[in-house]
Design a protein around this ligand. Sequence first.
Ligand SMILES: [Zn+2]
Length: 597
Amino acid sequence: MAVHTYSQVWDLDIFFEGGSNSREFTAHLEKTKAKIHGFQQSVESWLPGSSLEDAATLKQLIDRFEEAAKPLRQAGAFVSCLQAQNTQDKQASELKARVTELSARLQTVLLGFDQKLSTCTPDEWTAMMKDPFLKELKFILSERRERAADKLPAEEEALITSLSIDGYHGWGQMYDLLVGSVKIPYRENGEEKLLSVGQAANLFADSDRKTRKAVFTAWEKAWGENSDFFAKVLNHLAGFRLNIYNKRGWDDFLKEPLEMNRMKKETLDAMWSSISEQKETMIRFLNRKAKLLGLEALSWYDLDASLGQANTRMSYQQGADFIIENFSNFSEEMAGFARKAFEDRWIEAEDRQGKAPGGFHTYFPESSQSRIFMTYSGTASNVSTLAHELGHGFHTYAMRDLHLFNRSYAMNVAETASTFAETIVSDAAVKKAASREEKLGLLEDKIQRSVALMMNIQSRFLFETRFYEERKKGVVSVQRLNELMKEAQEEAYGGALKEYHPLFWASKLHFFITGVPFYNFPYTFGFLFSMGIYAKALEEGQGYEHRYMALLRDSASMTVEELAQKHLQTDLTKKDFWEQAVHLCVKDIEEFLALTE
Ligand SMILES: [Zn+2]
């Protein structure tokens, strides 16, 4: 048998030699800047409708865009890898600032491009879209054109964008600054410590309830003391957004988030009601967990508590082999992709100091290669993370020869391939568990995640919609925000908890993100959409590979309803699909309940 040892350190030199001091990379940035300028000039000189050669001109413009966007993404991927592998790399932060500036520049040119698209008459548009090359990009181009037409005139939108920097985005940055100053006092071994928000949050998974409760009490108090500031920021962010919607003549605040995710309101409603209808079993899980922890009912700070089951460990090599082996039960191409990633040093997994926390996947379009970042210490959740990020990689691999315009999937489908890959591996781990304890631990991990996606995220969505509704009428007070949050949690958790977390609206970054509105429901969508696909894959076995890859390829060039209709022959606005997906999670819970009877 061939002995293989995979490197745990990635190869970045293949892109640009010399890390953050790479001269090659500096030259690359200069080249990118020139390409963006080239695209800008072409956009500015285009007068749609002025000649019979419109289709040819538009094709040329799109080529120019790709010539600028590809090296820019290559640069962005490189810089994020540099920053993650060494958080102390100051040079990398400087490079990051340069890339951010170039991205902003390209975005501005794209806005101009979209405006030009929107000035084409319907006849001109129909004629252009007959061109075979443009036809391939019709969905994206029409989407850009319609969105531009739906907004205010170009100069007014440009004014909003520029005012947003110190207004809207400024408030978002103010939140980050305030959170940085929040300290949670905590007594450990008789010594008073001031924990950062991140350090305190980690203690909610502690196995000692006294610790969790003490941290939670201090946590609520600290957010409470600063709640006036956070309420101010939240009200301004929502107010800013609502004002813009108002000026554009949009009366529904869900319009933008739904459009960004290319989905219908009916689909969202069908998803939430399928979840609500199957809450009973989730509540039974929460009650069982309380019993196992020796409690009458769980409180907010018990939700992430570990039941203390035995944890098995896998070396990096074993983890890699386990992933490849289980991927191959579904798809040889997926297994081959993972093998290549391990062999060609696409993964940075070494457990060492100075690395950023968390994990991510990024793609280098000029090289058609992925890079995956994480820290591997041998836990089951590390193996899942690795599979998850490889799933993201496989998604980009499935789309590798598409035009850049047809590769930008929305947030709700972004997690499809990753969740799918992660589910394959975590299901296999549960099946192969050597003891009852191990099985329970792994099952609990899985359930914990699905319950969070269906209950916690639902509470965020309920809170945010109600908050926006009230914000339309005026500023919402701290007390009211607390009430809204608590009510949303009670509803989403089916009243199963003893104590809730009313100040969650202040402590959760996602409510303050300015890049994306309603940073919540796409998570649940992505998870359940992937579970629905997984259910189909289980039915069909190995032969599903090609259909799965075809779905991934189309995931950025149609609405989610069209995607599901074409590849799953299902109507997402109806509950059947969602019910089946939720049921897969419910089955895990039933197994857990039976094992802990
Ligand atoms: Zn992900």
